[in-house]
Design a protein around this ligand. Structure first.
Ligand SMILES: [Zn+2]
Length: 332
């Protein structure tokens, strides 16, 4: 073994954990939800065996090149309502610091486009037998014959589906439309959603998808010194799919809006869907962000670049599974 490799293996490591939701939705194709029970058990395990640090402390360690081994920082992306109603009280119970990256234009209960799209396509009781929507000179057609009515068999078949292996026509259509909408801007995503609702014959508030926390709840969250609010753009675009002007506006408007809401500086950022390029990093530096977090799996060490800090995604695991994962991550 070469000495450099040897040194690399034994350098101090910190982990940044990435959470999205503390909830148990009907389906979770990206594995973004942890049940409240598992989350509490995870907090008990982490506080017992690791040193949980704030994002300021983690960034300080990265800046100084002196990582305190077995440091762990917790982050939550998007700003879901359950972050306030479920994660906050549990984090407070165990005095665990955490950072919440917020997409401000959705604040106030609005469901994210991907959740509403899924509710319509995957979970609506009855759909027409052919999906057909015309959008921007293109007509998307997809047959749903045999799955018009969401019966028990289909429901069971897709209950644990993952994005890589959609088992039903409904889940296949959802993933197809997700890919189509993902690189678009919010106005276009909303326009497309309206066309999908019209096709399905349902009204705007009929899907009852849980959305984001309110502005008041965000303020309450930020009032607790345990918690830090970070930027996650105005509308959650896939930043690297967009030109510099859009990227700058998304980052700057989000920072400004959040700073006004919580009367504090926004210094940290998480890339929506983990998508970024050189322009994104340059914009963050120009806007005086202190650090930015990716969805690239890995640990933070002394050579970690503070604008591309890796994170590891925590899934709905019990303590045994989490323990195995955390041990493996520290050995990566
Ligand atoms: Zn996000």
């Amino acid at each position: 073994m070469r000495l450099s490799k040897f040194k690399y293996l034994f350098q101090n490591r910190a982990l940044v954990l990435m959470y999205h939701r503390i909830n148990s939705p009907l389906t979770d194709p990206w594995n973004l939800s942890v049940s409240p029970e598992n989350f509490e058990a995870q907090l008990q395990f982490l506080t017992k065996h690791y040193s949980i640090v704030s994002i300021h402390e983690l960034t300080r360690q990265i800046n100084s090149g002196k990582i305190q081994n077995r440091s762990v920082a917790l982050t939550f992306d998007d700003g879901y309502l359950d972050n306030f109603t479920t994660a906050k009280p549990l984090l407070e119970k165990y005095s665990v610091p955490a950072t919440f990256f917020i997409t401000d234009s959705y604040l106030g209960g609005q469901p994210f486009w991907w959740d509403e799209l899924e509710a319509i396509i995957v979970h609506t009781d009855k759909l027409p037998s052919v999906f057909s929507v015309s959008f921007r000179n293109e007509t998307i057609v997809f047959g749903l014959e045999g799955e018009e009515v969401l019966n028990e068999e289909i429901r069971l078949n897709q209950v644990n589906y993952s994005v890589n292996r959609p088992p039903t026509l409904r889940t296949q259509l959802y993933i197809k439309l997700w890919k189509l909408l993902s690189p678009l801007q919010k106005d276009d995503q909303m326009e497309f959603l309206k066309l999908v609702r019209d096709w399905a014959g349902i009204s705007e508030n009929q899907t009852q998808v849980e959305g984001t926390m309110t502005v008041q709840q965000l303020k309450q969250l930020s009032d607790n010194p345990l918690f830090t609010i970070g930027g996650h753009t105005s509308t959650h675009p896939s930043l690297s799919d967009h030109p510099a002007t859009i990227q700058k506006n998304e980052i700057a408007d989000n920072k400004e809006a959040l700073e006004k809401l919580i009367s504090d500086r926004i210094l940290y950022f998480a890339y929506p869907s983990g998508r970024y390029n050189k322009t994104t990093i340059k914009t963050l530096k120009n806007r005086s962000f202190s650090a930015a977090f990716t969805t690239n799996s890995g640990f933070a060490g002394k050579s970690t670049d503070k604008y591309t800090v890796p994170r590891v995604q925590v899934c709905n695991w019990d303590v045994n599974k989490l323990q195995k994962k955390v041990q493996a991550w520290f050995r990566m």
